[in-house]
Design a protein around this ligand. Structure first.
Ligand code: SAM
Length: 312
């Protein structure tokens, strides 16, 4: 049956069972059987909640790999058991990565096919694996992506915020001072910002984001994506901070997204003129706040400009 289908769709039929898609760029057939893997490191994405989000190619790869490196082998075993994948598992995480890398590179040099998975989603995205992929590439080995779920993209597409340009910012620092500083550095980035966050820290983080980026910025909190209690709450940063301060920390895993800053139509000359005028009767702080509000500009930038104008 497969052969008959393949002969009718020649462009999707790899000659002699070899997968030429990596060379030719042609897509492979969804029904083509699993191929033997070429040697190399396979970065395999796994579900972020809904087990059915595993891809066929991820399963093929995990079945065929000589070894599967897993952030937590118990978590990985549960996933593999659900699909009757009997792979050889070994731990690879932040605490043993440096020690394990030379041995893994040696296996790659010997022609092994090695897959890397994390507890959920795409490895390397706020998860271990970057140094391993870098070292593998530097040693001349192939690194193959086996794409699939990631909370960052799931959150982005559920948020209703601009998706044409976005910046993934990982986890913000746990302490408020460092968090505000990190957020302030992002205030003028003309893109949707995506953060990973935990329930207990959510309300404080939203408050710090509001103070650093402007409480009126559109934002979204995407929680438990692909799971039973999936929820996406949208509002301004101020409104979301108030909501979670009032209702207490939500359960589950969270992505926070902040829409891009509104573009100000004011020219630099207009802003300087308005600031100069405001500085005649107000302190630097108050003048900057007023003009930032007036022209929808980040307070921090206007404050710096006001300081320079004041100093002559
Ligand atoms: N590598 C993963 C990925 O590609 O999404 C992320 C790993 S990071 C250690 C875990 C964080 O991702 C969680 O703290 C949460 O912020 C976010 N996350 C993971 N699964 C999620 C889900 N189902 N819903 C919302 N956020 C999730």
């Amino acid at each position: 049956m497969l052969l008959a289908m393949s002969s009718r769709i020649p462009s999707l039929n790899p000659p002699e069972g070899r997968d030429t898609s990596r060379v030719s760029g042609e897509p492979t057939s969804a029904t083509s059987p699993a191929q033997a893997l070429d040697a190399g490191l396979y970065i395999v994405a796994t579900p972020i909640g809904n087990l059915r989000d595993i891809t066929l190619r991820a399963l093929d790869t995990l079945r065929a790999a000589d070894e599967v490196l897993a952030e937590d082998t118990r978590v990985a075993r549960r996933l593999l058991d659900a699909y009757n994948v009997t792979a050889k598992l070994s731990p690879y995480h932040d605490h043993n990565g440096a020690k394990r890398r030379p041995e893994i590179l040696k296996k790659l040099a010997d022609g092994a096919t090695i897959a890397l998975i994390s507890d959920a989603g795409t490895p390397l995205v706020s998860d271990p694996g970057w140094k391993l992929s870098r070292d593998a590439l530097e040693a001349g080995h192939r690194v193959y992506p086996v794409p699939g779920p990631s909370a960052l993209l799931a959150g982005l597409v559920a948020s209703g915020l601009a998706s044409d340009r976005f910046m993934f910012c990982g986890f913000l620092p746990p302490k408020s001072g460092a968090r505000r500083k990190a957020a302030a550095e992002l205030a003028t980035v003309p893109a949707t910002l995506v953060f990973y966050e935990s329930g207990p820290r959510l309300a404080d983080s939203l408050r710090d984001l509001a103070s650093a980026l402007g409480g009126g910025r559109d934002a979204a909190v995407a929680r438990e994506l692909t799971k039973l209690f999936e929820e996406t709450r949208r509002g301004t940063l101020d409104a979301l901070a108030d909501h979670y301060a009032e209702h207490g920390p939500p359960k589950g895993e969270i992505v926070v997204l902040v829409g891009p800053p509104e573009k100000s139509t004011a020219s630099a000359e207009m802003i300087d003129q308005a600031l100069t005028e405001a500085l005649k009767s107000q302190s630097v702080k108050h003048a900057a706040a007023e003009i930032a509000e007036l022209y929808s500009l980040p307070k921090r930038d206007v404050y710096q400009r006001a300081l320079r104008l004041k100093d002559g």
